[in-house]
Design a protein around this ligand. Structure first.
Ligand code: SAH
Ligand code: SF4
Length: 392
C-alpha cells in the first residue's frame, strides 16, 4: 500500500492476478516473463516455451488479435490448449465520444467496475493518445477535475496497456502495423499521477515500447508529473521517456495553494530534479506545463520569473501554456486571451519556446483536467439532487 503525500489516504493497489472468474488467464498486459510462466503453468514443454511466448507476443501485441483462431502459425492442437486456459480480452468501453475535430474519448470500465479515460488527439503530423495511470488522483490540485474524484486506485500495467490496445482497435490500426499509424505518440497525461504508480507505468511502457510488439519509440512517449521529486530521476534512468512537469506557478506560495504537493516537494526541489533529469538536453527538452489561471499565475512578472528560473537552473526546456478548462464548480477562470499571449511573448523573448496549447475536443469534455469518469459525474449529479432536496 502506498501512502499519499498528505500521509492520510492509502492508495488501493489493484489485484495483480490476471486469473479471471472463469479460471482463465488474460494474456493482455502480461510481459514476456509472465507470458512464459503462464505457458509453463499449463504444461508447455520447457524447450518450447521461448518459441511459444514469442508467437503469442507477436499475435497479441504486434497484430492485436483477440482470438486464438487467428494465430495461423500455431498448430490446431496448441491453439485449443491455449484457448482452454487463456483469453485475450480488452476491458469494456462504456462510452466512446467523437469530437468534431477528430478527438476521440474513451471511457473504459475495468473488472472491478472502476473507470478511467483515454483520449486520442489527431494533429497534422502526429496522433497522440493521452493515457491514464490511476483511477482518480490523490493530489487534489485545485484547478483539476480529476483531483476531485474520491475513489482512487492505481491502474495495473495491463489496464494501462489496454488503453493503447483499445485506441488502436477503434482506429483500425492493426491491419498495417508499419504504415499509416494513427497513434504515433503517447502522453501519460490522463487521470492520475504516473510517478505514484511507477512500477506499473514502467512495465506498461516497456510492453508498449517493445520492438517486436507495439514498437512505440521512447522518444515518442512523454510522462507528465506534478513533481514527484524522488521518482523523477528513476523515470529518466529506468524508463527513458520524455519528461513533462506541471509547474503552473513560479512562487512557492502560489504553487502550494494550487498544488498541495508543492508543500512536500517545492519549486526549488522540482527544478533541481529537472536539472538532474537523465537525458535532458537541447534536442530532448523538458516540457513545463503551465495552466493559465486568471489573476493567479498569469502576470507579466510571473512570465519574467519563469524565464529567470529556467535560466537559473540552465534547463533545456520549453513551456506549454494551457488555457484553463473550467469545469462545474471550479473557483478558477481562464486568463484573458491577450494576457496569455503577452505571457507567451515574454517567455519567447527570454529565448524559451512557449506555445499556447489549442484546446481540443472541448465539445466532448476531452481537454486537460476534465477527465472524470461517468460514474463519478453521476454521483455528483446525485449529490446535487440531494442538496436541492435538502434546500427545497
Ligand atoms: N498528474 C499529472 C498528469 C495529468 S494532468 C500531472 O499533473 O502532471 C495533464 C496536465 O493538465 C497537467 O499539467 C495538469 O496540471 C493540467 N490540468 C489539470 N486540470 C486542468 C484544467 N482544468 N485546465 C487546464 N489544464 C489542466
Ligand atoms: Fe492529479 Fe495531475 Fe490533476 Fe494534479 S493535475 S490532481 S497531479 S491529475
Amino acid at each position: 500500500m502506498q501512502i499519499t503525500p498528505s500521509g492520510q489516504e492509502p492508495i488501493i493497489q489493484p489485484r495483480l492476478d490476471p486469473t479471471l472468474a472463469s479460471g482463465k488467464i488474460n494474456l493482455l498486459g502480461l510481459d514476456r516473463d509472465e507470458l512464459k510462466n503462464a505457458l509453463r503453468e499449463i504444461g508447455v514443454a520447457e524447450k518450447q516455451i521461448k518459441m511459444r511466448a514469442q508467437q503469442l507476443w507477436h499475435w497479441v501485441y504486434h497484430r492485436g488479435v483477440s482470438s486464438f483462431d487467428a494465430m495461423t502459425n500455431v498448430s490446431k492442437d496448441v491453439r485449443a490448449k491455449l484457448e482452454n486456459h487463456f483469453i485475450i480480452e480488452r476491458p469494456e468501453i462504456t462510452e466512446a465520444q467523437y469530437s468534431e475535430d477528430g478527438t476521440r474519448k474513451y471511457l473504459i470500465k475495468f473488472e472491478d467496475g472502476s473507470e478511467a479515460e483515454a483520449v486520442y488527439i489527431p494533429e497534422e503530423d502526429r496522433g497522440t493518445l493521452c493515457v491514464s495511470s490511476q483511477v482518480g488522483c490523490t493530489l487534489n490540485c485545485k484547478f483539476c477535475h480529476t483531483g476531485t474524484m474520491r475513489l482512487v486506485r492505481n491502474l495495473t500495467a495491463a489496464e494501462i496497456v489496454a488503453q493503447m490496445m483499445i485506441a488502436r482497435d477503434d482506429l483500425g490500426e492493426w491491419e498495417n502495423p508499419t504504415e499509416g499509424r494513427s497513434v504515433t505518440n503517447i502522453v501519460m497525461m490522463g487521470m492520475g499521477e504516473p510517478l505514484y504508480n511507477f512500477d506499473n507505468v514502467k512495465k506498461a511502457l516497456e510492453i508498449i515500447m517493445d520492438e517486436e510488439g507495439i514498437q512505440l519509440s521512447r522518444r515518442r512517449i512523454t510522462l507528465s508529473t506534478s513533481g514527484v521529486v524522488p521518482h523523477m530521476e528513476r523515470c529518466g534512468e529506468e524508463i527513458g521517456v520524455n519528461l513533462a512537469v506541471s509547474l503552473h506557478a513560479v512562487r512557492d506560495d502560489v504553487r502550494s495553494e494550487i498544488m498541495p504537493i508543492n508543500k512536500k516537494y517545492n519549486l526549488e526541489q522540482v527544478l533541481q530534479a529537472c536539472a538532474n533529469y537523465p537525458g535532458a538536453h537541447n534536442a530532448r527538452r523538458i516540457t513545463f506545463e503551465y495552466t493559465m489561471l486568471k489573476d493567479v499565475n498569469d502576470s507579466a512578472e510571473d512570465a519574467k520569473e519563469l524565464v529567470r528560473l529556467i535560466r537559473k537552473y540552465k534547463l533545456p526546456a520549453k513551456v506549454n501554456l494551457i488555457p484553463f478548462n473550467p469545469w462545474p464548480g471550479t473557483p478558477y477562470e481562464c486568463s484573458e486571451w491577450d494576457q496569455i499571449q503577452k505571457f507567451s511573448d515574454i517567455v519567447y523573448k527570454g529565448g524559451i519556446s512557449a506555445p499556447i496549447r489549442t484546446p481540443r475536443g472541448r465539445d466532448i469534455m476531452a481537454a486537460c483536467g476534465q477527465l472524470k469518469s461517468a460514474s463519478e459525474k453521476k454521483s455528483k449529479a446525485q449529490i446535487l439532487r440531494e442538496t436541492e432536496q435538502v434546500s427545497a
